[in-house]
Design a binder for this molecule. Structure first.
Ligand SMILES: *Cc1c(COP(=O)(O)O)cnc(C)c1O
Ligand code: SF4
Length: 315
């Protein structure tokens, strides 16, 4: 019988599926709820370092601790809101909160406390906004995860953008290539057409080499063949990828799947994520170390986002 369960929302069922005991201090009733795709659970089952992946998605009681400077809106999104679901911080470029939905709830998510607006018609909102912002040439679809939208609404959104010829670059930020490749591929017909209309960039979010497998290779390979530029951003996370060996392996594996490491982000200080923090001097050490092990094009840029700045800031 085909297995129709695509995601786990209940922690006990998820742990039972993993079939192992883990040494974790679980919060069984987290305010930022638990969500993990079945595919990611399989990645954990097959991982060389299952604890690392588990730490990314399993609610921990450490999230309940208050830490100074860790706040609800760490990157100033709300001040940069130009319209309900449009954020513009940088000249000529704007980011769309395409949907609140996502294929997972990463415990370190910087929008974990974001007051998502339920938008009945994000395509119309974006279209109206672009009508009067003709200097915008790059649109970034973010969320949530834009590829978790239904096929129809996603196409409407993209068509609305394509009706504005000033927009020459379309960029999608997504964790679904590793989380729910089925949800990416349901959009494949459209994704394949898009490079004829825009410069197309996919920025995937992969944090650990064990997150990459044959499924992600198929997604990335198909998009690359269709003409997409493939980049990856990772978040530097204590207990997940804060060692040179893991970061080196991640870069190598990404490149083998056709993806260039783009950014390694210092953690955004959202409330409840302080236990993932890696100090700046340690982060710099790590980058220096992987620089000696990798070709230059596989070394990501270490950056952080500072609210109010006109670009990401090198660390
Ligand atoms: C991070 C971000 C971007 C993209 O910045 P790049 O440095 O080009 O990757 C654009 N808009 C907003 C609001 C962002 O937060
Ligand atoms: S994939 Fe991105 S938006 Fe979704 S929970 Fe993870 S960090 Fe947040």
């Amino acid at each position: 019988m085909e297995d129709l369960v695509k995601s786990f929302t209940q922690i006990p069922a998820f742990l039972e599926y993993l079939g192992k005991e883990f040494n974790a201090t679980i919060d069984q009733n987290p305010t930022f709820p638990f969500l993990c795709s079945k595919h990611y659970a399989d990645l954990i089952r097959n991982a060389e370092q299952p604890e690392a992946l588990l730490r990314e998605i399993l609610p921990s009681i450490e999230e309940l601790k208050d830490a100074p400077g860790f706040v609800d809106d760490p990157v100033g999104d709300l001040n940069a809101g130009k319209s309900e679901n449009i954020i513009q911080k940088y000249d000529g470029r704007a980011l769309i909160i395409a949907t609140a939905a996502c294929g997972v709830r990463c415990r370190f998510c910087f929008r974990r406390n974001y007051p998502f607006q339920s938008s009945p018609d994000v395509a119309r909102e974006v279209s109206n906004w672009l009508d009067v912002h003709t200097d915008v040439w790059e649109i970034i679809l973010s969320g949530g995860d834009p590829l978790s939208m239904g096929v129809g609404p996603f196409r409407d959104l993209v068509e609305a953008i394509a009706a504005h010829p000033a927009v020459t670059t379309l960029r999608i930020h997504s964790r679904l290539p590793i989380m729910r490749s089925d949800q990416v591929m349901q959009h494949f017909e459209l994704l394949q057409e898009l490079p004829a209309r825009f410069n197309c960039v996919l920025v995937s979010h992969v944090d650990h080499p064990d997150e990459l497998d044959g499924n992600s290779a198929i997604v990335f390979g198909s998009l690359k063949q269709a003409g997409w530029t493939l980049l990856n951003q990772s978040v530097l996370l204590k207990g997940v990828n804060d060692n040179a060996e893991t970061l080196t392996k991640l870069s190598r594996k990404l490149f083998e799947q056709g993806v260039l490491p783009y950014y390694l982000h210092q953690l955004d200080h959202a409330k409840g994520v302080a236990h993932f923090e890696v100090e700046d001097h340690r982060a710099q050490e790590l980058i220096e170390e992987i620089r000696t092990k990798l070709p230059g094009y596989e070394v990501p840029k270490l950056v952080r986002e500072i609210a109010g700045e006109k670009s990401k800031t090198p660390v």
